[in-house]
Design a protein around this ligand. Structure first.
Ligand SMILES: Nc1ncnc2c1ncn2[C@@H]1O[C@H](COP(=O)(O)OP(=O)(O)OP(=O)(O)O)[C@@H](O)[C@H]1O
Length: 701
């Protein structure tokens, strides 16, 4: 309750504090009572009370007028002041502490309360009426605007398409970036697709800004059409990945970016594979990160990434956790944002073999579950997660002529072919090469979630192959990095843009989602075996160290220095080490902690020990005089400036020395570090050249 006497130094009678009928009357009567008792006690001349009342009435009327109160409210308030003042004058003269004075004051209080209640009701009704009138005016203006838009578009469609439509409704988008027109087609065989085909001409006729379109799509039945008209070019703007990292699921779909309406678009990948085409510089790597961000947020997806291109797509999701750069809220280790990263050919083969084994084992192991759910589609859940294989430049692997790559490509196609029902799906990216990839029936059939990032590139962009049956898509409509076209079975091909995501957000997402990632279910983990359980082993993550060195060219060279690039102190335990370098030990502990903390794999003790102790390249160096190694060096030299790869050398040595490709990889790496060999080309085209034949180094001949 308001107590004006204590809040204000002015007159005790105060009506300005927004009283209701009860507090207002109380305030008036207690105020009057206080003034009367003070006045009687101090012998105040009774006329003063009248003057105070008159001043109050006047003051309140002025204040009310300023607040635009109704006339009736003003009158009630002024009367309250004057009645109160009259009683005060009488009570000061006759003494306020008599039953007659108190009784009459109470009566006045009730009277004022009743009067105020009725005026308040009137005030409310008046306000409501004012709001309604205002709304009516807005509606009138809106429908006038809608009528104008409708009339314009009826004319335009007549002019451009020679179809006379009847507009049923116009709806402005909440995002403020355009509107939709719902129109009825005339009888006589006009179809929505006729209007859709004229999209560019309609956009030009409407003088839409660059990047804005008028796109037609089917209405509620075949005689209706919806035309979405964008008036603000959101594709031009850079929008960062939404900072809300709430949980997602394979069933909610994963947001990949936004449409020209600024509405997000989701990829539903329970049964679909995806293909993302983007030439160099179009924003493809950024898009892959956006996709990995969505998968990391999902509670029922595990992401396995194949990235033979120096790990640029996968490493930002692994290294911050591996390097101990980020911590869980409790200070504990953070799980990488992806579940497995293959950066070498061998690891990619291992991963794909594992995916195939998992799919086959799930088919046998989950017969009961399938029967219980009466389905042939494995019910994916956090307990039985979907595996998402993201293969950067996977389309190039499929199209490659190289024998090894062809083998890898066959495995990719096998996963796509056999694993849909069992919850293993793939996302392939491509630099281009859409002709050869989309020529593959399996991809055409299974990968209907499609993205073409144009980034202004017009060469080699065949949108009609990526989005067959869709007309009116032109590369020039999306000349921005990260922008292009996207289609899913649920959402027809149309302009879209991926959110921009930078390393700091990737780190945030790794930390925010660390305890949300599912574990590989027991049936799958058993099928996956040590190949999966030991995926973070030192020897298998060694290439990540190489990457760290590449990123820090200023740091001291040599394997020792390179290994110090990974700071796993956050994950270090106090266990003693046996005959291994501290770095090997740290990596092993990292894997053990990951396994212990998150139980991502079956008991590693059951797995056979790793073939090598990890990153110990110096061990390889001690074999300098090994005849097999000399033969390998000779093969490298013989390959001349063209260079060669580990597979070719291993093949050459197989009969005589029985050397494995893995061993040759180790030698080549060591030689590259020692400057004996030079690595040229990237990703699938990487090969080694003996320094005698290395480009740009004639002085070393
Ligand atoms: N969605 C986006 N919004 C705004 N800018 C973007 C977006 N995606 C990419 N870019 C810009 O384009 C640049 C190149 O992006 P990105 O590295 O992803 O391209 P890429 O196609 O993978 O190229 P490359 O093959 O050369 O690595 C980024 O550094 C960024 O400045």
């Amino acid at each position: 309750m308001t107590t004006p006497a204590t809040n204000h130094s002015g007159p005790v009678l105060d009506w300005s504090a927004g009283h209701g009928p009860v507090t207002g009357a109380l305030s008036a009567t207690t105020g009057a009572f206080a003034l009367a008792t003070t006045g009687a006690a101090t012998g105040m001349p009774p006329g003063w009370a009248l003057a105070v009342g008159a001043a109050g009435a006047l003051g309140h009327t002025v204040a009310g007028l300023r607040a635009r109160n109704a006339g009736r409210t003003l009158a009630t308030r002024a009367a309250s002041w004057l009645v109160g003042a009259g009683w005060t004058t009488w009570a000061i003269t006759h003494g306020p502490l008599t039953w007659a004075a108190l009784g009459s004051l109470a009566t006045i209080g009730v009277g004022i309360g009743a009067a105020t209640r009725s005026t308040n009701l009137h005030e409310e009704a008046r306000e409501e009426e004012a709001i309604a009138a205002e709304q009516r005016q807005i509606n009138a203006e809106l429908s006038a605007e809608r009528r104008t838009i409708a009339a314009e578009w009826i004319d335009r469609i007549q002019r451009v398409c020679s179809i006379t439509v009847r507009v049923v409704g116009v709806e402005r988008w909440e995002t403020g970036t355009g509107y939709s027109i719902d129109a009825e087609l005339p009888p006589g065989g006009a179809t929505w697709s006729k209007i859709a085909a004229e999209s560019p001409r309609l956009s030009a006729d409407a003088r839409l800004p660059h990047g804005c379109t008028a796109t037609a799509s089917p209405g509620i039945h075949q005689g209706r059409v919806i035309i979405d008209v964008t008036t603000v070019n959101v594709l031009e703007q850079e929008r960062t990945y939404p900072s809300e990292y709430g949980p997602l699921s394979v069933y909610t779909g994963i947001p990949w970016g936004y449409r020209t309406t600024a509405e997000e678009i989701r990829a539903h990948l329970r049964e679909q594979c995806a293909l993302i085409v983007g030439p160099t510089g179009s924003g493809k790597t950024n898009m892959v990160h956006t996709i990995l961000a969505g998968f990391a947020r999902a509670e029922d997806m595990l992401t396995w990434v194949v990235d033979l291109n120096a790990g640029s797509a996968g490493l930002p999701w692994v290294l911050p956790a591996l390097n101990g750069e980020i911590h869980a809220p409790g200070g504990g280790p953070v799980r990488p944002g992806i579940d497995w990263l293959a950066g070498t050919f061998e690891e990619a083969v291992t991963m794909l073999d594992t995916a195939i084994k998992v799919a086959k084992q799930r088919k046998m192991g989950y017969q009961d579950l399938l029967a219980r759910h009466n389905t042939d589609l494995l019910p994916i859940s956090p307990a039985v997660p979907q595996i998402m294989l993201v293969i950067d430049e996977g389309a190039e692997i499929l199209a490659s002529g190289d024998r090894d790559m062809r083998k890898l490509g066959e495995k990719i196609l096998e996963v796509i072919r056999i694993a849909r029902a069992m919850g293993v799906r793939t996302v392939l990216t491509a630099l281009g090469a859409t002709g050869s990839v989309l020529g593959n029936l399996m991809i055409r059939r299974e990968a209907k979630v499609r993205v073409a990032l144009t980034g202004g590139e017009t060469e080699g962009m065949d949108l009609s192959k990526m989005f067959p049956g869709t007309r009116g898509l032109r590369v020039e409509q999306a000349p921005y990095k990260g922008a292009g076209f996207m289609a899913t079975p649920e959402s027809p091909a149309g302009l879209f843009k991926a959110w921009r995501i930078k390393p700091n957000q990737i780190r945030e997402i790794i930390a925010a989602t660390s305890d949300r990632h599912p574990r590989l279910d027991d049936i799958s983990a058993k099928a996956a075996g040590p190949a999966y359980a030991r995926r973070w082993d030192a020897d298998r993550t060694a290439w990540m160290h190489d990457h760290v060195v590449e990123e820090a060219p200023g740091s001291a060279a040599g394997p020792g220095a390179s290994r110090s690039g990974l700071n796993l102190s956050a994950l270090r335990s106090d266990r003693p080490t046996e005959q291994s370098t501290p770095e090997d030990d740290i990596l092993r502990q990292f894997r053990e902690q990951i396994d212990a903390e998150f139980a991502t794999a079956p008991d590693p003790n059951q797995a056979p020990p790793p073939a090598s102790g990890g990153l110990n390249l110096s061990a390889l160096r001690s074999e300098q005089d090994n005849p097999a190694q000399q033969a390998a060096l000779a093969a490298l030299l013989a390959a001349g400036p063209e260079g060669t790869g580990a597979s070719a050398i291993a093949r050459a040595l197989a009969d005589e020395h029985g050397t494995t490709r893995q061993t040759v990889v180790g030698w080549l790496k060591a030689w590259a570090e020692d400057g004996i060999a030079v690595r040229v080309g990237e990703g699938t085209k990487a090969r080694y050249v003996h320094r005698r034949h290395a480009p740009h180094r004639p002085d070393e001949d």
